[in-house]
Design a protein around this ligand. Sequence first.
Ligand SMILES: Nc1nc2c(ncn2[C@@H]2O[C@H](COP(=O)(O)OP(=O)(O)OP(=O)(O)O)[C@@H](O)[C@H]2O)c(=O)[nH]1
Length: 603
Amino acid sequence: MSIDQSKIRNFCIIAHIDHGKSTLADRIIERTGTLTSREMQAQVLDNMDLERERGITIKSQAVRIIYKANDGEEYIFNLIDTPGHVDFNYEVSRSLAACDGAILVVDAAQGVEAQTLANVYLALDHDLDVMPVINKIDLPSAQPDEVVKEIEDVIGIEAEDAPRISAKTGLNIDQVLEQIVTKIPAPTGDKEAPLQALIFDALYDSYKGVIVFCRIKEGTVKVGDTIRMMATGAQSEVTEVGYFGAGQFIPCDELAAGMVGYLCASIKNVRDTRVGDTVTNADRPCSEPLPGYKKVNPMVYCGMYPADSAKYPDLRDALEKLQINDASLQYEPETSLALGFGFRCGFLGLLHLEIIQERLEREFNLDLVTTAPGVIYKVHKTNGEVMDLTNPSNLPDPSEIEYMEEPVVSAEIMVTSEYVGAIMKLCQERRGVYLSMEYLEETRALIKYDLPLNEIIYDFFDALKSRSRGYASFDYELKGYERSELVKLDILINKEQVDALSFIVFKDSAYERGRKMCEKLKEEIPRHLFEIPIQAAVGGKVIARETVKAMRKDVLAKCYGGDISRKKKLLEKQKEGKKRMRQVGNVEIPQEAFMSVLKLDED
Ligand SMILES: Nc1nc2c(ncn2[C@@H]2O[C@H](COP(=O)(O)OP(=O)(O)OP(=O)(O)O)[C@@H](O)[C@H]2O)c(=O)[nH]1
């Protein structure tokens, strides 16, 4: 019954965003008959609704595939899908640790891009064998020969015999399957050794409890075994082991060295499971844990509040469950005068924030109010203390501040030569410091800039795409902190400061941002019976002002003489609207207003 290790291939697919890795994964699954075509939904691996709607891969998914190779033998492929967006590098790293090799998909029309490089380096860091595949050769603009040369020159891996495929039409997928057998190494590891398994993901299921996704490096695990999580020390009995069918969990007898699968155990506290931790046998533990993952620190913070304050415990519960599935999400309770009880949450980037927000709303049925996202600033106080500022409301009095620092990233932008000027202009506007530019080929340049993180978290990616007509790609990593002139911009509505609307901004941009915010809020806040001044202030000094004029008529005025049911309806509607309002002093602010600051740059 036990599986021959030499017949297992554990691999993932890596690529720049949109180069077609999910499509290739689907073709592989389809070609090997893991699913009948009727079961085959468009993009099987992207099984969260959100992913299908956005057409991007967020959570890594795993699937086991049986392939009968040309040598007549049957092989077991464990394919792990990985996300391509820059915010999700962390997820990529987790998937890689469970694999022995990686298929690198490169778009034959686009060639090597920033994330192609970043992902290859991650794979090489994990000692994976990288097998290139040239995709989209059906496109008229495909240049497979050039791309092969580019892979060899820019990345430095052999690509001459890389399969040239169309994941869309299925052309040459057979070559990919054969090369998986010949080019990706079989796993190693001793089945008889003490259990050593790496947790590369986890999921909370309301029936099974915590489901741990793991790669068995050494030993064997089966139902009834008592396991121990090495980092948390939690012990529990295994209730089920199995592998990943397409979109479902398939129980089996045991998981042995070299295999990828899942296990369920009587894990009571979801916090006991930590992605990156090592699972071992409690009675016969291994001597040391596997190297965990690089710990990632959130780069972007915002406040999240339940729209209905009674839902606070539900939000806490939801965040706890999401966190086991997404260890890069961090949160802690906070309170706001305007919004009540909520959480300050940390994310890897703005896309990550949006995804979490949408998952909370859809999967947990919560209605949320989110405050403007910001980065972590370092505040050096006159008394020598250094504080990490994640919430602008906690900024100490200016008299206590010696100076402040903001996070700076090193960015690499790849762009075709005609857009170099436009992209450099964009970077300058965002306070970028030019480092270097080199031409990879005649028509493509790699530009390096240092940029303040807070200038890129909002809409830099969109601006980059629109100014280069989609031809620029972008990757960044945190470089460190640099001293900067920063101020806190406060918003006063009817003379009352609204804590949830405060944010930290570069001194020279304060006026512009303050003015835009006041304009935006004027549009969002409905008229009241009195005039409402909206002011932006820095250190108590007002720098911008707008006014919401007083309302003259009440809602019922226009139904004068109308029938009573219509009046009732209007009053009902008003009541419904009020639920979505936040009372600040004697002004009612719609929830949307708190989000509006996010959208300033789109104007
Ligand atoms: N013409 C053509 N289009 C393709 C091919 N393979 C994929 N595409 C298209 O390219 C787009 C991106 O494909 P995906 O498979 O979603 O790309 P991905 O790399 O998985 O993207 P993320 O999951 O967002 O990282 C889709 O619109 C596909 O239909 C191909 O061989 N030829």
